[in-house]
Each structure stands twice: as structure tokens, then as C-alpha cells.
Design a protein around this ligand. Sequence first.
Ligand code: ATP
Ligand code: MG
Length: 243
Amino acid sequence: MISVRDVIVEYGRGTKAVRAVEDVSLDIDRGESLALIGPSGCGKTSLLFAMAGLHQTASGTIGIGGLPVNGPRKEIALILQNAGLLPWKTVLQNANLSLLLNKEYPEKTADAVLEDLGLGDVKNRFPSELSEGMKRRVGVARALSTSPSVMLMDEPLASLDTLTKERIQDLFLELWKQHQFTLVLVTHDIEEAAFLGQRIVVLTECPAHIKTVVDNPDMGNLAYRGTESFLNIVGQLREALEE
Ligand SMILES: Nc1ncnc2c1ncn2[C@@H]1O[C@H](COP(=O)(O)OP(=O)(O)OP(=O)(O)O)[C@@H](O)[C@H]1O
Ligand SMILES: [Mg+2]
């Protein structure tokens, strides 16, 4: 489904180019959930933005569904760290933004998705009137509104308190199972990677290349946290990151 081949991502050109991603190759199956974890500043966002078609690779190729990615595509949704809400628009208007930009869904609104995510009652509020967890869910509603087959998330739950974070991680798990999108989750949170990634790719310091890949076959249910296999995966990830 997603094929990343020998990808290099750089900022700037020539001798002044800063390399953020180096020789990364990855195959991600349709419907798979993959977590990308690595040190701060290693190149996670750069790799994800290249997959989203927002940043051109300096070399190598990225294909999604058999077609090369060379710009944003409607079946690819991206959720950013701060949810990217516009303060002057209501919850519903914010959630409708992707639909508006796509112009392919003149009739569709995000109302039903907002209901599903428990935000129906606040759809006329502004972002400043929401809790942090609610804001993140509005970002999720926006991404889901176009029924994407690929969901890319860049640290979507950074700086939330633990309980809110775990509640939204549970929501992500349920949405992933329900909608069967291919999920690529960038996170610096080891437990989040272990809870949500069927495979977890550990990246090196900048420029990011793949240090190791950890399989996590027992993930996929809400009771996974606290089980022996979960703790084992967390241990493996910690070790790989500290190496
Ligand atoms: N627009 C840019 N111009 C120049 N260098 C950049 C740019 N964006 C990122 N970089 C550099 O590329 C490297 C990787 O950045 P990136 O944002 O991809 O890392 P990250 O792993 O997402 O970091 P974080 O964990 O802080 O989110 C860093 O060294 C950064 O300084
Ligand atoms: Mg980042």
C-alpha cells in the first residue's frame, strides 16, 4: 500500500543542504498500523511530510496504492501535533475544512463524524472554548470527514495529560479497526507506539535511518496496556532508543 524506497529528505540544496532522512525503505500493507519513533529532531516529521506529499524527496521514491506521491492526495489525511484548528472558525467549520478544500464533496459535512466522536454538542463553539482533548478530537474529525484510506499522524497527542492521552489512543484504536485505514503514527511516546503500532520502526538520530523494527502482534485490544507482551515491547523499544 505504502512503499518507501531509498528515501532521502533534505532542506535546502547543494553544499548547504541539511539532511533529515537518509536511505529509508519501508513497505506498509493496506490497513496496517505502523508507529515511527525516534529521538527529538531526528527526522520523523520530515519523513511523514514526504509521505503526505508535502515535501519532495531529494532522492528515492514514495508510492501509495501503486501511484507515486508527488503532492497532496485526497485519500491521504494528515493530523498535526496541535490539531491545526483555526481560532476564528467554529468546531463544525474547522471539521469541514478538508471537505471544502477537496471540492469533491459539495453535499458532505462533518456533522456525523462529530457526533461519532462525541462532539455534536459543541459543534458551534470556537476552539478557545474547548478542552485540549476536545481540540485534538476535532482534528481527528477533520481528517476522518473525507474517509481517507491512509491516515498520517504527527504526534497527535503530544503534551496531553496521561488519562486524556490514553482515552484518545483508545479512540484511535477503535477508529482504525472500524474504518480500516492504513495508519502511520509518528510519536515520541514509547507506550503510545506499543499500544497502537502493529510494527514499530525505531529511527536513529538525525539524519533518520531505520535502527530497528519491532513486531507487535498482540496489539489491537483496549486491555493490551499492562499485559506482559505490552511491557515486553515497551522494554524492547526503550532499549533500542537508548542504544
Ligand atoms: N524547514 C527546515 N529547514 C531546515 N532544516 C529543517 C527544516 N525542518 C526540519 N529541519 C531539520 O531537519 C531535521 C529533522 O527535523 P524533523 O522536524 O523532521 O524532526 P522530528 O523528528 O520530527 O523532530 P521532533 O521530535 O522535534 O518533532 C532537524 O535537524 C531539523 O533541524
Ligand atoms: Mg516532528
